[in-house]
Design a protein around this ligand. Structure first.
Ligand SMILES: CC(C)(COP(=O)(O)OP(=O)(O)OC[C@H]1O[C@@H](n2cnc3c(N)ncnc32)[C@H](O)[C@@H]1OP(=O)(O)O)[C@@H](O)C(=O)NCCC(=O)NCCS
Length: 185
């Protein structure tokens, strides 16, 4: 298996760090204190800026094309600020904005969704395409949320719960193909 050759850019001397068999598209911009778990993937034109706080991405998570990941700095009234924490087996669809929030495990963030500072998405949640999760909102495990601002729509059915894991597996397979392709190039 080929290895990821992307190194990212430093901020204050800190480079991004990538787990085993990650794939990062060469057009992505990943800066500073950003870590990716094993088998995760970052697709074209993603921007992830771990400068004024850190970004942590778990294993087997995919961040799709054009998504933006950023954080909020610590301040006198807020010693922690808002890092961005994303769990394992998460699918972040195209053109999402994840800012200073916590995303659990086995989540689908629908295309063009926005998740703001201090929001917490518990495990096994689908966020509909184009949704907005306001600052500090908590999304309960096992539900579909849609709208701007998001509202709880209904519990996920078994098929949807299984799809969350399947979607992550599909992207592990796809990024392995890209790694092989690059090795041949
Ligand atoms: C929300 C979603 C999961 C569908 O859920 P669903 O319960 O099967 O919804 P349905 O298609 O049966 O539609 C039910 C209602 O929700 C509306 N709806 C569907 N998707 C919606 C969305 N993203 N935001 C707001 N409303 C939505 C429909 O228009 C319909 O409204 P109506 O009852 O007034 O006609 C799906 O539309 C979605 O957004 N998936 C995300 C896909 C994605 O972005 N994947 C990542 C790409 S890689």
């Amino acid at each position: 298996m080929a290895v990821n050759t992307y190194v990212g850019r430093p901020y204050k001397g800190i480079y991004p760090s990538f787990g085993a068999q990650c794939y990062v598209d060469p057009s992505a911009v990943i800066v500073g204190d950003v870590t990716l778990g094993d088998d995760s993937s970052i697709w074209p034109l993603v921007a992830a800026r771990g400068d004024v706080n850190h970004i942590r991405v778990g294993a087997r998570t995919n961040i799709q094309d054009g998504s933006v990941l950023h954080v909020t700095r610590t301040g006198p009234d807020d010693p922690h600020g808002y890092p961005l924490l994303i769990g394992d087996d998460v699918t972040v669809g195209h053109h999402c904005m994840l800012h200073g929030c916590v995303i659990g495990n086995r989540i689908l963030v629908g295309m063009s969704a926005v998740v703001m500072d201090g929001a917490v998405v518990e495990d096994d949640v689908i966020i509909g395409a184009g949704s907005l999760v306001p600052p500090g909102k908590r999304l309960e495990s096992g539900y579909l949320y849609v709208g701007s601002p998001v509202k709880k729509a209904r519990p996920l059915n078994e098929q949807e719960r299984a799809f969350l894991q399947k979607s992550a597996e599909n992207y592990v397979y796809l990024k392995n193909e890209y790694l092989r392709e690059n090795a041949q190039g």
